[in-house]
Write a protein that binds this ligand. Structure first.
Ligand code: CMX
Length: 435
């Protein structure tokens, strides 16, 4: 067994014993109550899930095992000559619960590189779809095609013991993370670059190799991919992609089935697809205003028009956050350092100065501040990745790190099949009448 796997097992055994105690001694303690509104309105604010990898504070934003995004940018190992954290390091942190050393990260990078082979039938499955298919659909189909490689599913069919679930889930998770950049890059090159594919470079780290296979050689773009893969990886357990992966995994579906389900949630416009919606919205605005840099009054008028048409302003608002998303701020800092004069970036910043006040004035929007999706498109366009329909695939590759680390924990802790109770509106009416 690899030392990282051994370390995970030791940590999991320790926490499993503590959870057993918690359940034995405090299992009946209430941690929350549920209102009628919460049952109808997306279960907002109900504490009802356990996720080890990260925790979201409404004002401070996300913390991965206690570390904020600025802290991760400072403490996680970097590529030689680089300044952004390596996503392999974040995966290690989420899985093990401790900051990795440089050697841990290098080790994980080479483990992923060794496991990255994608069987041909996966590419055939992608090729079977029309080129016009949305890249997220191609991505999910490819992950489903890769399910043939699940060692968890095979071991389950062969009759594995409950105590081994974690081990096979760990193997599947690493294998899947290792293969995703190749699959995503294949989809990109097939759809937008006439099928002119680029072979992986085993000397590069996971994110830099992804940038390379997409066709971007620029060192700053590799840095952007490292940062992008870190900040999109996890956002505690209740968001649609994480919750779906966890829910489907609770049926003992393997990592491929569970992650593909999570990706389908990420593909929704209120979740991950918002990153393509934002840049589309900005480009449409610029075109409608005749091109060039709009001024604040023009942006204000365009935002009001969007709202009057009954649409949301993409990239703004959040179900849990109540302040500017630190993932937005991290991208803003990257842009200030690397591309401060990029017009699209300056538009993003001017939108940031304009939108919150308008949303506040509506009186119903709980969070008028930008989320992670408000900034990413402008950075990607700058480096030439203009095909915005592809952006949610990038989000998905990153999200795998968090949801698959969580899935390993789910099986290691022996979490149960998820099955909350639902009621009908008839039941609700009788309940409020006290019947
Ligand atoms: N523009 C316009 N109206 C908005 C809004 C926005 N950006 N954000 C919220 N509102 C509206 C809601 O549509 C809702 O209106 P109704 O009462 O008429 O239905 C009202 O304000 C209250 O909503 P809320 O409680 O503030 O927000 P929710 O928790 O229901 O929804 C979210 C959160 C993210 C879906 C919502 O803010 C939104 O639609 N934002 C735009 C899409 C987006 O950027 N999504 C990406 C989120 C991050 C991610 O997951 O990737």
């Amino acid at each position: 067994m690899s030392y990282i796997k051994e370390k995970f097992k030791a940590k999991a055994d320790e926490l499993s014993a503590e959870v057993k105690d918690l359940l034995k001694n405090h299992g009946t303690k209430k941690i929350d109550e549920v209102t009628v509104a919460q049952a109808y309105q997306g279960m907002r604010g109900i504490t009802g899930l356990v996720t080890e990898t990260s925790l979201l504070d409404a004002n401070e934003g996300i913390r991965f095992r206690g570390y904020s995004i600025p802290e991760l940018r400072e403490h996680l190992p970097k590529a030689p000559g680089g300044q952004e954290p390596l996503p392999e390091g974040l995966f290690y942190l989420m899985l093990i619960g401790e900051l990795p050393t440089e050697a841990d990260v290098q080790n994980l990078s080479s483990v992923l590189s060794r496991r990255s082979h994608v069987p041909n039938h996966v590419f055939d499955a992608i090729e079977a779809l029309p080129v016009s298919t949305h890249p997220m659909t191609m991505f999910t189909v490819a992950v489903m095609a890769l399910q043939t490689e699940s060692v968890f599913a095979k071991a389950y069919a062969d009759g594995m013991s409950k105590k081994d679930y974690w081990s096979y889930m760990y193997e599947d998770s690493l294998n899947l993370i290792a293969r995703l950049p190749r699959i995503a890059a294949y989809i990109y090159r097939r759809k937008y670059k006439n099928g002119d594919h680029i072979q992986p470079d085993g000397m590069l780290d996971w994110a830099a190799n992804f940038a390379h296979m997409l066709g971007y050689r620029n060192e700053d773009f590799k840095e952007l991919m490292r940062l992008y893969m870190v900040i999109h990886a996890d956002h505690e357990g209740g968001n649609v992609s994480a919750h779906t992966t966890h829910l489907v995994g609770s049926a003992l579906s393997d990592a491929y089935l569970s992650f593909a389900a999570g990706l389908n949630g990420l593909a929704g416009p209120l979740h991950g697809l918002a990153n393509q919606e934002v840049i589309k919205w900005i480009l449409d605005m610029r075109e409608e205003l005749g091109g060039g840099m709009p001024d604040k009054a023009q942006i204000e008028a365009y935002v009001k028009k969007t709202l009057a048409e009954g649409k949301v302003v993409p990239g703004y608002g959040h179900a849990v956050l109540r302040k500017t998303d630190p993932r937005f701020t991290a991208q803003m800092e990257f842009a200030k350092k690397h591309l401060p004069d990029e017009e699209l970036v300056r538009i993003v910043w001017l939108v940031y100065e304009t939108v919150p006040d308008i949303l506040k004035d509506l009186g119903k929007v709980k969070n008028p501040w930008p989320n992670v999706d408000a900034h990413s498109g402008a950075l990607l366009v700058h480096y030439g990745l203009v095909e915005y329909e592809f952006y949610t695939v990038l989000f998905g590759v990153s999200r795998a790190l968090g949801v698959l680390a969580s899935l390993c924990w789910d099986r290691a802790l022996g979490l149960s099949l998820e099955r909350p109770k639902s009621v009908t509106s008839e039941w609700m009416k009788l309940f409020v009448e006290g019947k």
